[in-house]
Design a protein around this ligand. Sequence first.
Ligand SMILES: [Zn+2]
Length: 713
Amino acid sequence: MSQPFKPKPDWIRNTGLVSVGYWEPLYFLKYRGGQSTEVEAEYERAHSDDSLDALAAAGINLVWIHYFKGFGLEFEAEEMERAAEYIQRAHARGIKVAAYVTLGSLTPETLLPEEPEAQNWFQVNQDGLPPTCQTTFQCFRVRPCYNAEGYMRYLERVCGAALDAAADMIHFDNLGYNAEPDTCHCPVCVAAFREMLREKYGPHGEETRAAGQARFGHNGFTHLRPPLYNRWNQAVNQRRITVPHQQEWVRFKVRTLTRALERLSSHIQRRNPDCAVEANLFKPFGENTAWLHGIDYAEQLPHLDYAFSEEPHKPGLINAQGAAISRARTFKTARAFDVAIQVYHQDDNERSLELSLAENLAFNPKGLGHFGTPLSGYWAPGQAQRAESEALPRLTKAYVEFYRRHREELLLRTRSLATVGVYRDSASLAWNSVETHLSQLNVEQTLLERNVPFDLLYPNHLADLPRYKAVVLANAECLDDETVARLKAYVEAGGGLLATEQSGAFDGWRRKRPRSALAELFGPEFPGGARQEYGRGRAAYLPRLEHKARPETSPDVWYIFNSYWAPVGNDQELLDALRYAAGGGVPLERPRAEREAAGRGRAHAFRRDGRARPEPGPGGAADSTGGLRPLRGTSAGGPAACAPARLRPAAFRVRPSPRARSVYTGRSAAVCTLQDPVSSGVWAPRATFQVESSRLCFSRARVILISALALSS
Ligand SMILES: [Zn+2]
């Protein structure tokens, strides 16, 4: 069930990356259209020594450079050569370089003349046509078949060339499948799908024979096709995936993509264990990624060192329910797999840029993120003065410099102190695109906004459950027997479980069980609201979550957009049940620990009033050992004072204060949450403690509380 995580190159753990990128080769910029008339001059500028000097001076330590865009190794050779030469010049300035390699896009008109075999590498959809890359309108880009042996060997050659060119990282883009019915039905995929089913459910063994009879009522897959769709069976209308044949096809796509990534990752690691592997893997939370893209983080993240996210759920948006939108789930998921992550700071106004940066610092100690092209900011050649004269560059520079100065001390060697784990069950989220996602997102949203630190857990983490005081199942419908056994053993041994709604009502194939597989944990009150001690642990069940908005039954709703995200209406009930399951303590309820935290470390914060400075310690003098003290804000005037203020990175000393709402200590760490609504702060800890919560202040004094995970080693 769980895969070992790829060993990480040391430099990924120790560096803390701040990146920009120039990953589109010139021929692609022209071919996709929409470029400037100055495209060639800009291209030269992006590759110039001047640019590299400016990047180095600005503290950028990673650049993505174009390498392979699916046009063909011969066609692209000249630009690949240019990239190799760029890497040398970047290294001379201490800058790491990631080589961009598309994994999911080929351009037949340039590739086929040099590689006629590539005719067999394109995906073939159910109509016999090649699917093109989804949503970009770049209709010349064709999806490759990830089962095509020739294509995978070709990509190994591409990676080998990038390694020869001394790339420090290989970045894979365009991962994933198009949504049904635009997936690969080529003869190789059909044969591999049949073989997968035969292996699991064929007549050759007693166990597989029984499994086939149980799953399909037969054991013969010789003539089976991938699922076909037509106007009466439209994939876009399908919210629940209950047909075994379709479920297995989803699993097949996930497996195929995982194997492709694993193969390339292993190839790179064998050739050069110091070369990191990155992929643009993340999709918006709320999407059923297995069904829509063949993406399952539990399967694919173990093969990466780094991940990139273009997730649209940026902080700063308050939806109609009053919920604060964030990328917290992306950061928490990456952390669950020991994968560093880059998010894209593309914001065009100060407030949203600052929120994006502050959110990153709160949740993502291993990197500051990605800032677009080498020509876009104050790191562009000759643009350094913009960091003095313009608001956005000034703000960016303040954060970049802060991160560079403090990453070693405050951020890089941190770990989570959360004592609550929220389980994301693969089958429950793959076989139902609506209800399970709604509950999952909104339980997480409740904990985020109520400031309960939590980790996200995936099937890979079932062996780690004893690390948590409580584990939450949010409408985890489809628990297979092995997962149920693990959960029961965890509770028996003293763990706490909180489950909601239909959790355990189905098996891993989404077959209805006569009674929830977890029922015995909850005792006689179940299926009403129930609590019970079980073994040495506790289990609580909440039959209902009050969602503030529910998606209508309409083909227009095919995933849980962030307009449906909100803490549940019965949040207090949820938190009470969680408290019971955790044995009476979740982190926020341990104010007694406040004293213990004093004198144990420092925190840094992002002040809104720009008056950051060392605060006197308990002894009256500036105290290098520190304690905890909330930031003072300028909020006495209320909302108006909050809106225009700026968050300012600043290191300062802290000491205990009655204004700290709560603090708790772990073995060698403490977490603190502040109550002052204008103490906008992203807190990070040093050595022995870290503050675990960020408050991001924006928009007429709306304060978002984002529970971060924290850290200290
Ligand atoms: Zn295929």
